[in-house]
Write a protein that binds this ligand. Structure first.
Ligand code: PLP
Length: 398
């Protein structure tokens, strides 16, 4: 540990505390070595099958299909759910951009829905409101009254390790025969009313990107109870190949498969998942206790129906006039070796999506301006957490 001088000339400990990095601490080397030693390095192999079984069983889904990324999983899920060009899909406005892009990959259009105030997830009241007041049921489908397009699906994104309040969304989806595709990329292991996210709707997607709760280096997974969809997902991600000897393909497929090496890392990481989640929840308790006296912040919490994995612990400044403001705070933390980050730029404001419809947006703007995500790697030490807490106390205390 080295020291840097602060403005007031007192030495403060300097550490590099990253936001969220992989935690490689189990059987990863052993399983990867086995792939290399046996030459099973590419798109087929026992680890791919094993990883699919383990993740499927973990979330309680009948079928799972591994993909090269979470984004590929989302694209494939939209294809198998038969979301078609010119359909519309309701999606969270405050999210990483991948689900909106996946909606465009199939030629459909996103309709961006606001977040709710308490847990910052897609607001189910606004979903229901939009469908009940802005849409019309006609000829066996639901249509957006203003665009005339068919509403085909709802794509809630469980952000930051906390589930969306799904019951109202599942109810309205049933009423209007909409497909529910969950983006659970950030929330593997989180539960809603005792059920795993990703297995609450019709089809769910996970990511194993390097900053997620577990990683394969990169990778994704589709889970569903729908046998036809599961087979179709496997088929489309495998170049829609029907005869590998003669190279016969019956559809426009994709090379979206996961490699055996990625899956080997994934299997080892799944062995650690429950420990990682336990640690994430301890980190959340430590931050909540350490920061509870700071009146400037709203701290992250967990709804009564949720089991959160606290993927990234997030605090929200109470006012835009707070000093320091969120962006100043991020840079002051950086000066002390602490990496923090705002939430995503809301999707309806992104250049590509400025012409798309959005509904009820208010909370998402506020969260974008005022939220700060804190270091939350499962490998973070108690001392590093203490450094973050004492830095925030110094920067924002009375
Ligand atoms: C990470 C993430 C994705 C994309 O996953 P990749 O594996 O990086 O393609 C999708 N949606 C959300 C909400 C994410 O956080």
């Amino acid at each position: 540990m080295k020291s840097v001088l602060t403005g007031d000339d007192s030495a403060v400990p300097y550490m590099e505390v990253p936001l969220s990095i992989p935690n490689i601490c189990g059987n990863e080397w052993e399983y990867v070595r086995e792939c290399l030693d046996t030459n099973w390095v590419s798109y087929v192999g026992s680890y791919v099958d094993k990883f699919e079984d383990i993740v499927g069983d973990y979330v309680g889904a009948k079928y799972a299909a591994a993909t090269m990324s979470g984004t590929a999983a989302l694209h494939t899920a939209l294809l198998v759910a038969e979301v078609e060009p010119d359909d519309e899909v309701l999606v969270s406005a405050l999210s990483f951009i991948a689900p909106a892009n996946a909606i465009r990959y199939v030629g459909a259009y996103p309709v961006f829905i606001d977040s709710e105030d308490d847990y910052w997830q897609m607001d189910p009241k606004k979903v229901v409101d939009f469908l009940e007041t802005k849409c019309r049921w006609s000829r066996g489908a639901l249509y957006n009254k203003s665009s005339g397009r068919r509403i085909k699906a709802i794509l809630p994104v469980h952000i930051l390790g906390h589930p969306v309040d799904m019951s109202p969304i599942l109810d309205i989806a049933k009423k209007y025969e909409l497909v529910v595709i969950e983006d659970a990329a950030e929330s593997l292991g989180a539960k809603y009313k005792g059920e795993h996210v990703g297995h609450l709707g019709d089809i769910g997607c996970f990511s194993f990107n390097g900053n997620k709760v577990i990683t394969c280096g990169g990778g994704g997974m589709i889970v569903t109870d729908n046998e036809v969809w599961a087979h179709k997902a496997k088929h489309l991600t495998t170049q829609a190949k029907v005869d590998s000897l003669e190279y016969i393909h019956d559809d426009i497929g994709y090379n979206y498969r996961m490699t055996n090496i990625q899956a080997a890392i994934g299997v080892a990481q799944m062995e650690e998942l429950d420990n990682f989640i336990k640690r994430k929840r301890q980190i959340a308790v430590a931050y909540t206790e350490g920061l509870s006296n700071l009146s400037d912040f709203v701290l992250m919490s967990e709804s009564d129906s949720a089991f959160s994995t606290y993927w990234l612990y997030t605090i929200v400044l109470k006012q835009s006039k707070s000093k320091p403001n969120s962006r100043d705070l991020i840079s002051l933390l950086q000066d002390r070796g602490i990496q923090s980050r705002p939430l995503w730029y809301p999707l309806h404001l992104q250049e590509t999506y400025q012409d798309c419809e959005y509904y009820g947006i208010d909370c998402a703007h506020r969260l974008h301006a005022l939220a700060v995500q804190l270091p939350s790697s499962s490998g973070i030490t108690d001392q590093e957490i203490e450094h973050v807490v004492s830095s925030l106390q110094m920067l924002c205390g009375e």
